[in-house]
Ligand binder design. Structure first.
Ligand code: BJW
Length: 262
């Protein structure tokens, strides 16, 4: 693993265009549960992965919201409060530092995240593209207007829209079967195809289209790396697969690439 970490650091130290794709694993050390991954059934429910305890088909689809808006709103509001209470961890901070180092020498840095928790922005990353939206913002089902609810539990489930008498508020996230924001998807595909280094962090690489970005980068000759607790569908295809916690590994990658004071 040391070899893979050093290889990534060496590539990063001279790279001009860097793309990072993150998933739920990068926020695991902030106390937020991932969707998938190794789960021990003997753990208490609040420590298992989300999909080991909840059924995505009854929560993370437009059909689920239409069938039971109260249940879906309650679940997303519970998760929203958890995200607001969480703090960025050393993995988020290292990615913000990586951005500063690369931008300071005139390079391009883009962070595409599947996460809805806004922790990258709170850690200081500024070039963040949200592929699956955000749970912090909600939107009116009738007008599409966005609304940021106060940082406390919503008073009613489902939540009435302040913008339209018949409307409800839904989280501004991308559910299964919904399109990703077109502009963000286009940026991700374009930048993945033209970067020198592509790093995938804390994602099981099973949800498309994000899971396919690494192949776009690789096909155009980028150096590709993965930082993940477990092996994923992409581990064998990347140039450097680094196994472990992103909160431990990313600060080491940044120090090795940009120096001790990072
Ligand atoms: C650590 C760690 C630590 C732990 N350090 N690591 C092509 C082929 C097949 C299917 C499709 C396809 N194209 C589209 C589809 C359908 C579908 C899809 O991909 N289905 C697959 C499941 C098969 N995709 C869609 O529907 C997308 N829409 C779309 O493509 O529109 C066009 C279209 C529609 C229909 C058909 C065809 C085209 C939309 C996807 C939306 C995903 N939404 C969710 C919920 C968001 C809201 C919410 O938060 O509730 O997004 S699902 C969930 O999965 C969430 C995540 O962003 C997403 C990805 O999960 P992620 O981030 O990878 O997390 P995990 O939990 O899976 O993995 C965490 C990893 O971290 C694990 O490996 C751990 O080991 C590791 N880890 N601790 C480092 N400390």
């Amino acid at each position: 693993m040391e070899g893979a970490l050093q290889m990534l650091a060496t590539r990063l130290s001279t790279a001009r265009r860097v793309v990072v794709l993150t998933g739920a694993g990068v926020s695991a050390e902030s106390g937020l549960r991932t969707f998938r991954g190794a789960t021990k059934e003997d753990l208490p429910p609040d420590m298992r992965t989300l999909w080991a305890e909840f059924d995505p088909a009854t929560l993370a689809t437009p059909e689920a919201f239409a069938a039971d808006p109260e249940k879906v709103t309650r679940w997303y509001d519970w998760r929203r409060i958890g995200c607001l209470a969480a703090e960025p961890n050393p993995g988020h901070l290292a990615l913000a530092e990586m951005e500063r180092k690369i931008v300071a020498r005139g390079g391009e840095f883009s962070l595409f995240t599947q996460n809805v928790d806004r922790l990258h922005q709170r850690a200081g990353s500024t070039r963040v593209f949200e592929l699956h939206g955000s749970i912090i913002d909600w939107r009116c089902t009738e007008t599409g207007r966005k609304f940021t609810p106060p940082e406390e539990r919503m008073p009613h489930y489902p939540a009435k829209s302040p913008f339209h008498p018949g409307g409800l508020l839904r989280p501004d996230v991308v559910w299964f079967g919904e399109q990703l924001p077109e502009d963000v998807l286009l940026e991700a595909m374009t930048r993945s195809r033209s970067c020198d280094v592509f790093i995938s962090v804390g994602t099981s690489a099973v949800v498309y289209p994000a899971a396919g970005f690494v192949s776009l980068a690789s096909a155009e000759g980028a150096f590709t790396a993965e930082v993940n607790l477990e092996a994923t569908a992409n581990s064998r295809a990347v140039d450097a697969a680094i196994a472990g916690r992103s909160g431990d590994l990313l600060p080491r990658v940044v120090r090795a690439a940009f120096g001790r004071d990072s």
